[in-house]
Design a protein around this ligand. Structure first.
Ligand code: N01
Length: 560
């Protein structure tokens, strides 16, 4: 493989080619083996693999003015990862693992952002990252067998391959509410949080949304605001995170056992360092299962759900676990009426992404916090002084925080203006819902690779593990393309359709689709097609399948 507009001498000397193409880039035009869109966990590692392992010319185009993507934009109060810190990082390089030391059980947003900047520096990635370059058009040029990419800032680049690393949860879902522009106070979306601190003290605040984000932000905002009203459409399950500083000596013990941690995560369905024991909840005697659930609750975190292996498979087991959490909510919340409003009733536990929290339910015991159920009495409009509900109730506010989530998995990809073969737009190709082969390739879009795209395990896993798996696989594919002078790689239509049907079928074998309004199904965005998007059979199963595809010579892909 060589760059479409690269001379022979440049092809033989990638660093000379890089220098040359960078010069062209600064002049406004450039040509590359690969353009990578997004400088978060995915984009940084993909750049390292292509540039430093394969010797390809690659550039990252990043919309923000810094690296980080999810962790660059999501700066809301309380923003923290739900994966444990020593697992929520790159594992491809032991030096990075050894040199970076986490401070808490779960890493906060600022610490993750610092970590990603540390990695960008350690791997010397910045010289091939262009910041403030939001891609808004990417057109396949069949004659040149390359992608013509344009950014909102006017940069135009060409590349053989286009690799999206835009994150699954990076396109904010902002409800269109009448009157929002007339509001006298400030409106924020958690996914587009300002860089400067937001002052809540002395203010009346309304938070809309009780997903993972709202559940993280509400307790922190409540401590600062004069008065906080939460507008809840659907009550949510949540399990205590039990965050705490890491013990002295944790890092040293960890670095002596890196291979063990790596191995544990490889074996896991979710890419976390644990595997559910082979015991069914409903078949476990009551005393025993209560003790296990209580121990899981006290330990906290996403591991609670994995105390038994059948919670997402058998509604009898799920009912028991869901009831256990409902009882905890009633126990924690002092006011019985508020507790009942907070008790989830319309979806089995874990069928929406389960949040973990620090004092979420406890926050409703504070005098300055109120809860309003807007399921049957939705927001009617926003006025100068606050939010108005359908029944005429007016809730005064100085600040409104939308914790209303994302146009997940497809939103950021569709915003890039991708146009494939025969002028087919991605928006048209996905009009009935996203279709991919293995989550990473789309028929009709040659040489486009979508890291953690719809149809991949991604959001059901500890993300860095899923990201590394996809990128390692893409890197092997491109190494083969380079070695064999392959210039075109495309998913076959039947392979894409079969994979998409398989993703749906395996989801239907579980309880997951029962949360009819979840973002997994695209149901949180009005008008979005309802397709269960992530692959739920497990990262371990997915990895083995991808490795088999590679070993078998990539069935389902056509090469030229
Ligand atoms: O978004 P959500 P999120 N009017 O879609 C409500 C990841 N994450 O940002 O349930 C009123 O889950 C909506 O109500 P309903 C994690 O994967 C990770 O919280 O649709 N309300 C819901 O309550 C997570 O799952 C970390 O009825 C409206 C809320 O807003 C994903 O991000 C930390 C509304 C949205 O919940 C998304 O979480 C935080 C409207 N028009 C988040 N529209 C990590 O640890 C929506 N809602 C890495």
């Amino acid at each position: 493989m060589s760059n479409p507009q690269m001379s022979d001498s440049q092809a033989k000397n990638p660093s000379a080619a890089r220098a040359s193409s960078n010069q062209q880039t600064f002049a406004g035009r450039g040509v590359y083996d690969a353009i990578i869109v997004g400088a978060g966990f995915s984009g940084l590692y993909q750049l390292h693999c292509l540039r430093d392992k394969l010797g390809l010319t690659a550039v990252v185009l990043e919309a923000g003015d810094g690296v980080g993507v999810t962790w660059y934009w999501n700066r809301y109060p309380g923003a923290r990862c739900d994966s444990e810190s020593h697992t929520y990082c790159y594992y491809f390089n032991d030096d990075l693992l050894t040199q970076w030391q986490w401070s808490e059980r779960y890493p906060g947003q600022a610490e993750i952002l610092k970590y990603l900047n540390f990695c960008a520096d350690k791997l010397d990635l910045r010289r091939d990252i262009r910041l403030n370059q939001r891609v808004n058009l990417a057109v396949w040029d069949a004659a040149a067998e390359s992608w013509q990419v344009e950014t909102a800032a006017g940069l135009q680049l060409t590349s053989r391959f286009l690799i999206t690393a835009v994150g699954c949860l990076s396109s904010a879902n902002m409800p269109d509410i009448e009157g929002a522009s007339s509001f006298d106070g400030a409106i924020y979306h958690t996914g587009e949080w300002p860089h400067q601190a937001v002052e809540f003290s002395g203010k009346s605040v309304v938070v809309i949304g009780t997903g993972s984000t709202g559940i993280q932000a509400i307790p922190v905002i409540a401590q600062q605001a004069d008065n906080l009203v939460v507008l809840q459409r659907t009550p949510n399950f949540s399990v205590p995170a039990r965050n705490a500083p890491l013990a002295d000596g944790f890092h040293q013990t960890f670095t002596q056992n890196i291979d063990l941690w790596r191995q544990k995560m490889q074996l896991s369905r979710h890419g976390h360092p644990w595997v559910a024991p082979p015991r069914n909840l409903h078949e476990t005697p009551e005393d025993e299962r209560n003790a296990i659930l209580e121990a899981g609750w006290q330990a906290g975190g996403l591991g609670f759900r994995e105390s038994f292996c059948d919670v997402l498979l058998d509604s009898r087991s799920n009912d028991i676990m869901s009831d256990f959490i409902r009882a905890k909510i009633r126990d924690i919340v002092d006011d019985p009426a508020t507790a009942e409003m907070l008790v989830p009733y319309d979806h089995p536990f874990g069928t929406k992404r389960p949040p973990i929290d620090t004092d979420y339910f406890e926050t409703y015991n504070r005098d300055n916090v109120g809860l309003v159920d807007i399921r049957d009495n939705p927001i009617n409009r926003i006025e100068a002084s606050g939010v108005c509900l359908e029944d005429g109730t007016h809730i005064a506010a100085d600040i409104i925080v939308f914790a209303t989530g994302f146009d997940a998995m497809t939103g950021a990809l569709l915003k890039m203006g991708i146009v494939g073969r025969d002028r087919l737009t991605l928006a048209d190709a996905w009009a009935e819902g996203p279709q991919t082969y293995l989550g990473l390739a789309i028929h009709g879009f040659p040489n486009l690779l979508t890291i953690t795209g719809p149809g991949s395990p991604s959001v059901l896993t500890n993300m860095p593990r899923a990201i590394e798996q996809h990128i390692d696989w893409i890197t092997t594919l491109l190494a083969r393309a380079k070695a064999q002078s392959i210039t075109l790689v495309e998913a076959e239509l039947s392979a894409m359709q079969d994979w998409t049907n398989h993703v749906t079928a395996v989801a239907n074998d579980t309880l997951l689709p029962r949360a009819g309004h979840s973002w997994y199904l695209g149901a949180n965005v009005p008008g979005k097609p309802r397709v269960f998007m992530p692959y739920c059979k497990g990262l371990d199963v997915f990895r083995a399948h991808c490795e088999q595809v590679a070993a078998d010579g990539y069935p389902g892909f056509s090469f030229c």
